[in-house]
Design a protein around this ligand. Structure first.
Ligand SMILES: [Zn+2]
Length: 272
């Protein structure tokens, strides 16, 4: 039998390159983002920005918040309900830094909460330390103990988790006029409650599709709780998988437009 060594060699080289691009590089990038995320989170306590500890996670990790800007409206921006969606955390931090240095850009009072789920984020998991999907743990009419996959485990009862309780407390305390919750990687401006026009405004800047529905059932979700049931305009900003820098480029003006929505004409083109 004739063995074509050249052919076998080419196949081996091809497999190596495919593995390199589709397995090794993504794995390395994920590992690097996790390391950067954990270090950034642990450094927040020494940040030059006046971060406040709003509350604690199930594992007693601090959940930080920063208030910036001023105005009649109040806007809350949440990141990392899901611990493995770390780009939202970094985006919220970059926004905090920019608005802290340029408070005139925000014509509303903005409360930034870059990570709702620090336990999950430090571990690189979607769920919190108790294995609960926080975005299925809100006390909505459609909350259900039934779940299709482990990643959607809603907890033993609605608002069973300390992180969920803190989010509810912040909403009752701040009474926000609109809320942005940053997730990934679906690339859309998903709106709940009276937020379609807000979503359209954001879309003018980030170019993502506007959707009233993510395409699958989300019982006990934050959007249902705050948007549909409390009547607060809620945007679930689903970032595409583009990394921190691109996500920032695509969304800085979009986030400013959401903060300043209908507040007054503001020339955001001068923003850095
Ligand atoms: Zn998510």
């Amino acid at each position: 039998m004739h063995v074509n060594f050249k052919g076998i060699y080419l196949v081996i080289v091809l497999i190596f390159f495919i593995a390199f691009y589709f397995v090794i590089i993504p794995y390395y990038q994920k590992w690097r983002l996790q390391a950067k995320t954990n270090q950034t989170y642990l450094n927040l306590k020494d940040s030059p920005l006046p971060w406040k500890v709003l509350g604690y996670s199930e594992k007693n990790n601090p959940i930080y918040g920063l208030s910036v800007g001023s105005g009649q409206d109040t806007v809350i921006i949440f990141g990392a309900f899901h611990g493995d969606e770390q780009v939202g955390f970094h985006l919220a931090l970059q926004l905090a830094d920019t608005l802290y240095k340029n408070p005139q850009l925000a014509k509303s009072l903005v409360l930034l909460v870059p990570v709702v789920n620090p336990d999950g984020m430090l571990a690189g998991t979607r769920v919190n330390a108790n294995g609960v999907d926080l975005n299925r743990n809100f006390p909505t009419e459609d909350w259900s103990p039934v779940y299709s996959k482990k990643r959607y485990y809603p907890g033993i009862e609605p608002a069973s988790e300390k992180e969920t309780q803190l989010v509810i407390q912040l909403i009752n305390q701040y009474k926000p006029d609109r809320i942005i919750s940053i997730h990934s990687d679906l690339r859309m401006n998903n709106f709940n409650g009276p937020a379609e026009e807000l979503a359209e405004t954001i879309a003018k800047y980030n170019g993502y599709p506007v959707k009233g529905d993510v395409g699958y059932a989300t019982p006990g979700s934050f959007g249902t709780f705050a948007g549909l049931e409390m009547g607060i305009p809620v945007i679930t900003l689903e970032l595409p998988a583009v990394g921190i820098e691109k996500a920032w480029q695509q969304n800085f003006k979009a986030l400013l437009a959401a903060i300043n929505f209908k507040v007054q004409a503001v020339n955001i083109h001068n923003a850095e």
